[in-house]
Design a protein around this ligand. Structure first.
Ligand code: NAP
Length: 330
């Protein structure tokens, strides 16, 4: 390539790391830590060779607006925001950031498990609002993690890291994947069960699978009905894996003990959503990978993928290696 390639960065994690990209490309970026309006994003990618993006929607319309684009580096492991087939058809490589956020996200899953199990949300509110006046024997009684059965829906990288922690907590570990994960079973003692058995026997159920047609609505009214009455549901996957209306109804009716959500559908929920008013629902603003070190590593990884693509080398975390062949690119 004769002139310097152009890269648009839709979200910046670290400006020092951005400088490393500027060594090899002409970089433009969105300096605000908020998504660009769609029209502004389409305008920004008009002459871009590569896009480093956050949860922006990368679909056929964006690709059509960016005729020079050959690389999309997503700064997250989940890539449900990217139409991979459309990228492949257009000869555009796409990449994600697997692995570097695994342990951090597993930590957050445990933060959510403990918050919901021990009612930390309403208890903290009571302490702050003056409703805590003395020691109570029957106030904010929770559920024990130790000795309980943890169900993991999606025993992949993060699910295995959660299972490792659960082992230390003295939990019995069940899981459901479409394909048994024999290596993780050997490492953590987790046992494969059917989805139905997972729902019926888990005291705590953690969802940690990608959002895909096969996982959208994985938990709906029927699944909530099948769960134990004192079960706790944690969603650290993607919001649409759970049907929000069904969960709201189940929590309002105290059909299960509680839920803790790192992700919601829609995301964020409107401020007046009934889930925010329920003391048995703990909601975090999508914090799974949110530590300084991990977010930097994710950004570094996305940059490394772009740098490789700009050298016409297969990006290390490429999701569609065939794209250049299928789409007829370089
Ligand atoms: P991974 O290693 O690919 O693991 C995903 C697991 O989900 C696999 O074991 C897979 O097994 C299972 N799975 C996929 N479809 C399934 C289905 N229909 N039924 C049952 N199991 C299914 O991915 P990871 O790195 O652990 O990340 C998992 C997801 O967590 C990401 O895709 C992302 O959406 C989410 N995440 C969220 C945050 C956050 O901030 N909240 C942070 C990181 C990741 P089979 O293919 O055998 O079914």
């Amino acid at each position: 390539m004769s002139e310097r390639p152009r890269v648009f960065v839709s979200r910046v994690v670290d400006f020092d790391l951005l400088a490393s990209l500027e060594q090899v490309a002409e970089v433009r970026h969105n300096a605000a830590d908020q998504a660009l309006p769609r029209a502004a994003l389409l305008e920004a990618v008009r002459d871009a060779d590569a896009l480093l993006c956050g949860p922006d929607r990368v679909d056929a319309a964006l690709l059509a607006a960016a005729p020079s684009l050959r690389m999309v580096a997503n700064c997250s492991v989940g890539y449900d925001n990217i139409d991979l087939a459309a990228c492949t058809a257009r000869g555009v490589w796409a990449s994600n950031t697997p692995g570097v956020l695994t342990e951090t996200t597993a930590d957050m899953a445990f933060a959510l498990l403990l918050a919901a199990a021990r009612q930390l949300g309403p208890a903290r509110d009571a302490a702050r609002d003056g409703a805590w006046r003395e020691f109570y024997y029957r106030g904010w009684l929770g559920r024990d993690l130790h000795g309980a059965t943890l169900g993991i829906a999606g025993l992949g990288r993060i699910g295995t890291a959660i299972a490792r922690r659960a082992h230390g907590f003295g939990m019995r570990i069940l899981y459901h994947n479409r394909t048994p994960n024999v290596a993780a079973e050997a490492e953590t003692g987790a046992c494969w069960v059917s989805k139905d058995a997972l729902l019926r026997t888990s005291d705590f159920l953690v969802l940690v699978m990608p959002l895909s047609p096969s996982t959208r609505g994985f938990i709906g009214a029927a699944e909530l009905e099948a769960m134990k009455r004192d079960a706790v549901l944690v969603n650290i996957a993607r919001g649409p894996v759970v049907d929000t209306a069904s969960l709201t109804a189940a929590l309002q009716a105290r059909r299960i003990f509680g839920a803790a959500l790192d992700v919601t559908d829609p995301e964020p929920l409107p401020a007046d959503h009934p889930l925010y008013r329920l003391d048995n629902c703990f909601i975090a603003p999508h914090l799974g990978s949110a530590t300084l070190r991990t977010r930097r590593e994710m950004f570094r990884m996305a940059i490394d993928n772009i740098r490789a693509a700009l050298r016409d080398e297969l990006p290390p975390n490429c999701l569609n290696p065939d794209a250049r062949r299928v789409g007829g690119g370089a």
